[in-house]
Design a protein around this ligand. Structure first.
Ligand code: SF4
Length: 123
């Protein structure tokens, strides 16, 4: 009974291309600027690898601690979107995420193997 209930919940929350695991809400860090892409609050291991690919889109918190990055500017051009995808690829943990994503960008994220970075309720 519970197994069937969980399967139904998983089916309802699943989107094409995303995992069928139950979705756990990801709280955004409060420093993120509004928009599609965000860094999940509290998941940072200070990898800093985004500095090579998207230093104009992500930033360290201004306290000098290098304790967390956040989305400082949303991508506006295709080139910036591609670099945000690069940052999602190289991030050590899956903390750069997308929500309420443009359908064409969501498709490209899925094609790039980043579908699990899209909030299932955010399309
Ligand atoms: S990409 Fe993730 S792990 Fe790396 S600095 Fe940003 S929040 Fe931290």
């Amino acid at each position: 009974m519970i197994r069937a209930w969980l399967a139904e919940l998983s089916r309802r929350f699943a989107h094409k291309g995303e995992s069928h695991r139950l979705y756990t809400p990801r709280p955004p860090h409060p420093a993120n600027v509004p928009g599609t892409f965000y860094v999940e609050d509290g998941c940072c291991i200070s990898c800093g690898v985004w500095e090579d690919v998207a230093p104009d889109l992500l930033a360290w918190l201004p306290d000098g601690s290098y304790s967390h990055c956040y989305v400082a500017r949303q991508p506006e051009t295709d080139e910036e979107f591609v670099r945000m995808m690069d940052a999602m690829h190289v991030g050590e943990v899956d903390c750069i995420r997308a929500r309420h994503c443009r359908p064409d960008w969501a498709d490209r994220l899925r094609q790039a193997g980043l579908g699990h970075h899209i909030d299932p309720n955010g399309i």
